[in-house]
Design a protein around this ligand. Structure first.
Ligand code: SIN
Length: 283
């Protein structure tokens, strides 16, 4: 239970993670007290949701900057503002951004601490986003598996989602990643189990979009355990599911959660505006 005496309500959306907060206008400049309360809620629930917000791009940026520097996405082909990624899914698209369970941009030396996403256009059904709590995924492992993972490091690359090798993904969707020959792969080695810099808790830090193997092992050797860990991390009891409405906002902690977008809006359009917040090097 989230104890507070503010003029708002905080309602958990599942037993694993996620809480919906109402009574806060994110478009109004938040005072230090509310920013601290939202950070506390984010740390407790991993992802926080809001409904019926009116955030234009400037207000969205202002909100993000209350929590850190804006992170510029390295491989999306964006419009004229590199600080903003607009994720558009048009009728007819057969691939979408975020179609696999992932931790955002995990191949960066310092992956973002989180992201704030606003629903601009939604359909009457579908297009939900699922989140999974990676603290729980770690804590539910056996002591033997925790021991095995304690010093293991993983190679994270963006070659599965950007660059010439990922050209078909982008060819079949409206929001594109760079696939040109000038694109250069980014690789970072991160611990398989990271420690959250603010809560001190340990979480699993591997994901389908970016983690390609364990450091010091071949991809073939890595596959069985890595595949198992990545799938384990989104068992239903570690997850929550968010149904978007126009003006809904999700703010997730990218250091201890992963997420996936569901492509079931069929012949409808879905538009999201996302701003990421800079993070630090996992340890
Ligand atoms: C993302 O992976 O950041 C996008 C998720 C979504 O569109 O639901």
């Amino acid at each position: 239970m989230f104890e507070h005496d503010g003029p708002y309500t905080v309602n958990p959306v599942s037993g694993a993670l996620g809480a919906e907060i109402s009574g806060i206008d994110l478009g109004a400049e938040l005072d230090d007290y509310l920013v601290a309360e939202l950070r506390r809620a984010l740390l407790e629930y991993g992802v926080i949701f809001f409904r019926d917000q009116h955030l234009d791009t400037d207000a969205h940026k202002l909100l993000a900057k209350k929590f850190g520097e804006i992170f510029v996405h390295p491989f999306f082909v964006y419009g004229d503002d590199p600080e903003v990624v607009t994720i558009v899914r048009e009728p007819g698209d057969t691939r979408i951004v975020g179609e696999d369970w992932h931790i955002d941009t995990a191949m960066m030396p310092e992956p973002p601490m989180g992201a704030i996403m606003v629903a601009i256009e939604v359909s009457d059904y579908g297009g939900d986003t699922l989140f999974a709590n990676q603290y729980l995924a770690y804590e539910a492992l056996s002591e033997g598996m925790k021991f095995l993972l304690q010093d293991l490091k993983a190679i994270n690359s963006d070659r599965l989602v950007a660059g010439p090798g990922a050209a078909t993904r982008s060819a079949n969707r409206t929001t594109k990643a760079r696939t040109d020959v000038g694109w250069e792969e980014t690789i970072s080695i991160h611990p398989v189990v990271r420690t959250h810099p603010e809560t001190g808790r340990k979480s699993l830090f591997v994901n389908h979009s970016y983690t390609v193997g364990f450091a010091g092992m071949s991809e073939e050797e890595s596959k069985p355990l890595l595949g198992w860990l990545m799938d384990w991390g989104h068992r239903p009891e570690f997850t929550c599911r968010f149904r978007w409405g126009k003006g809904s906002v999700a703010f997730w902690d990218n250091r201890c959660t992963k997420h996936i977008a569901v492509d079931d809006v069929h012949n409808h359009r879905r538009v999201m505006r996302r701003i990421q917040i800079a993070g630090d090097r996992p340890y």
